[in-house]
Ligand binder design. Structure first.
Ligand SMILES: [Zn+2]
Length: 292
């Protein structure tokens, strides 16, 4: 597993240079396409036809940074947020939901490698006490601070920021049948693994990944209305005691992390990577006249 991670990372830091200007038409579009609500392709190479906008606030949830116009999703995503909000609100939590997808899904130039089909979403670890009392204004939701659960350099959880409510949050997500997998900073999974009571089947859906120190990335399964949605790649369970998981705390990991940081320092303005090739249906989604 870690060999795959290494080759993936080396690929991503190799920064493929593109001749001439770089143009990403998916980022130019401000409205969703017309047509039946459905997904073409997969999380890392796909698009979303007839995307749905969420209710931006509700019981136990608020979508943030609406000006980014990246709240578009498959309806199952917005329903998932509503469902989780109503379960977690009585337990003193209110979810702040950041990026889902662009109006027609598709690839980002920088922000995310996935989030292309309206089934991936980032949920902040920040719990703003005001959001339990009232809806934050749209402006307030543009300017929220980040709340870090992990220190990336130390590769460890920030104990003073940690709370058991994050176990409740992640467990509640993982136990929902719609969820395929979630990504958090490795130290967060390690912290959860420390309590034997947490070592249950739901924890398999909580996977370690780079970053993810101030939000959890939640990925849903392909919904039934989208036969052209590809739920691959499947994930392999990375259990608390496996070599694959321990690798994230190894010397080899440390070297890779430092090399990656150095590369980023030396290359402050890297070229974007080429856009992935998408299913043919995405061309029609892209060219569609759009909703008014
Ligand atoms: Zn994400």
């Amino acid at each position: 597993m870690h060999k795959n991670i290494i080759s993936l990372l080396l690929l991503s830091i190799a920064a493929v240079a593109t001749a001439g200007g770089f143009y990403n038409p998916w980022e130019e579009i401000v409205r969703p396409s017309t047509g039946e609500h459905q997904i073409f392709g997969g999380y890392n190479a796909g698009c979303l036809q007839g995307a749905s906008a969420p209710r931006d606030t509700g019981n136990g949830f608020q979508y943030i940074e609406l000006s980014r116009n990246k709240f578009w999703g498959h309806v199952s995503t917005h329903r998932f947020i509503e469902r989780m909000g109503s379960v977690l609100r009585p337990q003193g939590m209110s979810l702040l939901v950041a990026d889902v997808s662009m109006p027609r899904g598709g690839p980002f130039t920088w922000d995310h490698a996935s989030h292309q089909v309206g089934l991936d979403m980032d949920i902040e670890f920040l719990q703003d006490p005001r959001s339990l009392q009232r809806d934050l204004t749209i402006d307030e939701r543009e300017r929220l601070p980040k709340y870090y659960l992990a220190d990336q350099d130390a590769n460890a959880v920030i104990e003073k920021n940690w709370s058991e409510k994050y176990v409740t949050m992640l467990r509640t997500f993982a136990q929902d049948d719609a969820v395929h997998v979630m990504f958090v900073h490795p130290s967060i999974k390690k912290k959860i693994c420390e309590n034997p009571a947490n070592r249950q089947s739901w924890l398999a859906k909580v996977q370690p990944w780079w970053g993810h120190d101030e939000h959890v990335h939640v990925r849903l399964k392909c919904p039934a209305d989208s036969p052209n949605c590809k739920s691959k790649p499947d994930f392999t369970e990375i259990g608390c005691d496996t070599q694959e998981f321990l690798w994230w705390f190894s010397e080899e990991w440390r070297q890779l992390y430092e090399a990656r940081k150095k590369w980023q320092r030396d290359n402050p303005n890297p070229e974007p990577e080429p856009l992935p090739s998408l299913p043919t249906q995405c061309q029609s989604v892209l060219k569609d006249v759009g909703t008014r």
